[in-house]
Every structure is written in structure tokens, then in C-alpha cells.
Design a protein around this ligand. Structure first.
Ligand code: PMP
Length: 290
């Protein structure tokens, strides 16, 4: 069951007019929110990012955070599975085709849920492969825009060579993955690129850095050069649906000794513990101010 513009319905019955500006211009934003044991994970943070994306495209938030929470909980309740991921999508609505913003047009609001499966166990044991590419996206990558054509093309480069992700480099420095954030480990120090308009501020990225700080894991938030990526002891990928994964092959070269490293093992265990705390209902960042 999905939610579309005030109604719940089976996805097969959901329709939008062809003049929706999401369809015509890619004029909209989205969020992906995991729910574990039917509880949205880090909901307050996701709703903050949603507001940031809406502000970035000058679209008014149609709901308060309490209304979003209520709506998302209804979608979760109407779908199967203890663990789900919610996809939430808002466009600038339906109007005669014209680049300029339409006046007094209600937004299109769509929410769907899909089962949330953990990454395949064998990839956590053996590691996954990634490739690199030049980051040719726009310079508002902090906005979670539905116009994802560059990301689609960049991810397909990885799929074409049976890799799981394309790691993006802009002007000689790491930005992120086509649909993930990327960390590097060198000499037991976790390195994270600083948040900026050139990357999406990942919710999982924040959790990993909070866990590093709370567990006295040496870490630095700073620019990471392409050379440092290629000489890394470990490369880690994070996202809400993939959690944390080790990249052990980059452009066909082994990363470090070619096996998931100690930093991955420690952070993966801490992430699982953190999720368990969330399911018991006392993790930070879950529902504050909602
Ligand atoms: N960067 C990009 C470009 C993404 O698409 C995603 C996944 N939505 C991320 C980073 C990771 O963000 P999060 O941890 O919030 O899923």
C-alpha cells in the first residue's frame, strides 16, 4: 500500500498526470528512511534533511514533522515486514509545461514502502568491488533531488563491470558514491570527506562519525585526495539501505590486503548494536522534537 496525495492505495492503482513537474522536469526532492522493527530510524534527522532539500528547491513543506511521523507510521502499518524502507517523494505538482514555478499548485506527495534486507552476508565477509569516475553532477549535491540522471549513469558504469558502486572524484578529491557516502582508512585513522554542497549529508555517515567519536576511534573530517583513496588501507561505503560495507577492490586493484579490515569489523558491530538500541527505543537521533 502506498500513499499518494492524501489517499492510501495499492501501488498498481496509483497514477499521476503526465504534466506532473516531477515527470516533466525532475522538479522535486525525495528521502529514503529505513524502519527497523517497524520504527523509523533517525526520523528527526531524515525530516531535517527533507526540510533542507525542500528549502534548496524553494518548495514549502506540506506537513509538520508530527504529521510526517503519523503518515509514515500509517504506511509502515499497512505494509508487510518488520524492517522496511520508506521512499518519500515530493514534486512541485501538476501544471502547464513552463520552467517558471506555477502559482497556487499543490505539490504531489508520494510515499511507498519496500522490504529492507541487510546486505548479502558474503559481501560483508569478502568485501565488494567499486570503480572510480569523475563526479560530473551539479554543485547542489546536498539537495536530495529526484533528478538523478548523472547518478543513474554513474552507477551504471559500476553495474556494467559487476561492481557495486562508483566512487566519485571531483577536482582530485573524493566526494561520495553514486548513491552512498565513502570513508577511507589509513594507518588506523578513519577519514571522512567534509560535508559541503558537493555531497549528500548521509544519515548513516553521521551515525558512523558519532559511533567513532563515542568509541574513541581516531577519525578526521577533511578533504581526501584521489591518491589517498588509491593508497587506502580500507574503503567503507555507507547508506541507509546498505548500512556499512567494505570495498576491497577498487578499479580492479586490491584495497589494503584485499580483505575487509579491522575498522570495518569494529564499525559494523557498533552499527548493529546501535540499531538494536534504536529498536528498544532509546537511541539518540531517533525522534527528538517529534
Ligand atoms: N550520497 C548519495 C548520493 C546517496 O544517494 C545516498 C543514499 N541515499 C547517500 C549518500 C547515503 O545517505 P544515507 O546514509 O542517508 O542513506
Amino acid at each position: 500500500m502506498i500513499y499518494l496525495n492524501g489517499k492510501f492505495m495499492p501501488i498498481e492503482e496509483a497514477c499521476i498526470p503526465v504534466l506532473d513537474r516531477g515527470f516533466i522536469f525532475g522538479d522535486g526532492i525525495y528521502e529514503v528512511i529505513p524502519a527497523y522493527s517497524r520504527k523509523p530510524f533517525r526520523l528527526a534527522k531524515h525530516l531535517d534533511r527533507l526540510q533542507h532539500s525542500l528549502d534548496g528547491i524553494r518548495l514549502q513543506n506540506p506537513f509538520s514533522n508530527a504529521e510526517w511521523k503519523n503518515l509514515l507510521e500509517q504506511v509502515i502499518a499497512k505494509n508487510d515486514g518488520e524492517d522496511q524502507y520508506l521512499y518519500l517523494h515530493i514534486t512541485r505538482g501538476v501544471a502547464k509545461r513552463d520552467h517558471a514555478f506555477p502559482v497556487n499548485v499543490p505539490p504531489t506527495i508520494f510515499i511507498m514502502s519496500n522490504p529492507l534486507l541487510p546486505p548479502p552476508a558474503e559481501l560483508l565477509v569478502s568485501g565488494a568491488s567499486a570503480i572510480t569516475a569523475i563526479d560530473n553532477r551539479w554543485i547542489r549535491c546536498d539537495v536530495k533531488a529526484i533528478s538523478l540522471l548523472p547518478n543513474v549513469l554513474l552507477r551504471q558504469l559500476a553495474v556494467d563491470v559487476h561492481a557495486i558502486e562508483t566512487i566519485l572524484i571531483r577536482d582530485g578529491f573524493l566526494t561520495e558514491g553514486a548513491a552512498s557516502n565513502i570513508f577511507v582508512v589509513k594507518d588506523k585513522v578513519l577519514l571522512a570527506p567534509p560535508k559541503s554542497h558537493l555531497m549528500l549529508p548521509g544519515i548513516t555517515y553521521d551515525v558512523i562519525l558519532e559511533l567513532a567519536a563515542a568509541n574513541k576511534i581516531a577519525h578526521e573530517i577533511r578533504e581526501i585526495s584521489e591518491t589517498e583513496i588509491r593508497k587506502a588501507d580500507e574503503i567503507l561505503l555507507t547508506s541507509s539501505t546498505k548500512e556499512i560495507m567494505p570495498i576491497t577492490l577498487l578499479d580492479n586493484n586490491s584495497v589494503g590486503n584485499g580483505k575487509p579490515g579491522a575498522m570495518f569489523t569494529q564499525l559494523h558491530a557498533l552499527y548493529q548494536q546501535y540499531k538494536a538500541t534504536h529498536m528498544r527505543g532509546n537511541a539518540s537521533g531517533d525522534t527528538e522534537d517529534l
